[in-house]
Design a protein around this ligand. Sequence first.
Ligand SMILES: NC(=O)c1ccc[n+]([C@@H]2O[C@H](COP(=O)([O-])OP(=O)(O)OC[C@H]3O[C@@H](n4cnc5c(N)ncnc54)[C@H](OP(=O)(O)O)[C@@H]3O)[C@@H](O)[C@H]2O)c1
Length: 330
Amino acid sequence: MYRYVYWFKMLNPPRGYLPVVLITGCASGIGLAIARLFYRNPRFRVCITARVHHVEQLRRVFPENERFIVLPMDVTNDLDRKNVIDTLKEKWNKVDILVNNAGISYRSVVEHMTAQDEELQMATNYFGPMELIRLVLPMMREVGRGKIINISSVSGMLAMPTMASYSASKYALEGASEALWYELRPFGIDVSMIQPGFINSNSFKKVRYTEAARASEAGQEVYSQYYQSMGPFVARLMDFSWTTPSKIADLVMDVVRTQKPPLWIPATFDAELFYYLRRFVPRRLLHPFLYACLPNVKEWGKNYSRRRPDPPRWKYWLLKLIRAFPFDGR
Ligand SMILES: NC(=O)c1ccc[n+]([C@@H]2O[C@H](COP(=O)([O-])OP(=O)(O)OC[C@H]3O[C@@H](n4cnc5c(N)ncnc54)[C@H](OP(=O)(O)O)[C@@H]3O)[C@@H](O)[C@H]2O)c1
């Protein structure tokens, strides 16, 4: 939908001006697809980054030239971030467009996360991108334009069981991006969040498990059913999705070439659906509905729960009715 609504806003950059684009997490998936697209496009100067162990391989796939370079960067590492920005300042004296794509996701219920796991999740998906934004902003303000494109997720608008920390990291990114949109408008800098839902890619194979989550998935304990149901469910949805990483890359290119792109950009069918559900369906209806849609949910924690049975619904409604008409005896 985004593409059709905003096509007329596409900008042709002035001749001879090649904006500088910095992209994180380009070793695989969406980042690799974005790198491919920009490698073919002579209208940009591009720096793709990945963790150091991928750099040689990426340089073989994308031989460097005067407008395309590959640099090592772990987004959680202060020194790496600073080195990349210093190199770009020295080489091209600016960064016009930052694409925060690198990300990881844990599959683990809240009880199975450790403080270190939480830190790594947040450092990769939230603290790292925010630090990078802080580093590029002075350069963007200096030239009076710029774009920050954060790859968020449908998990940044609706949370899913076993993905609490991932959701928290994307909610944090979304909240900060929304505030940034207001803060940067006076300087001519655009902020957009691309929100993919399920994508037909191998990235679900890279989902991380904590030690406790891994043991629980393999065994029979309180949360085993959660993992045994959610893992294959998500894998199936990704297999069925017709959105590929290259479609998301096309969308990134559209945002780059659009004047005043929107802040929120749902990028898959399910993301668009959840976007409207979230807006128009009251949460007290939406959450029970989504709960009922979870795979095998009646079995979750069944033999381990001490939950008391819910009172009959008619008692609940009767009580509500009585409270709505308080009879005070007069
Ligand atoms: N695939 C989906 O269905 C989906 C849905 C919604 C949102 N997203 C978001 O889209 C973005 C890209 O995901 P993807 O699907 O392309 O997953 P992916 O194939 O796992 O790619 C993530 C990339 O980020 C890199 N990365 C991870 N930690 C890093 C770090 N500390 N420093 C630098 N790079 C790091 C990974 O490199 P290594 O190989 O070195 O780990 C990998 O190249 C993520 O932000 C993700 O949250 C994906």
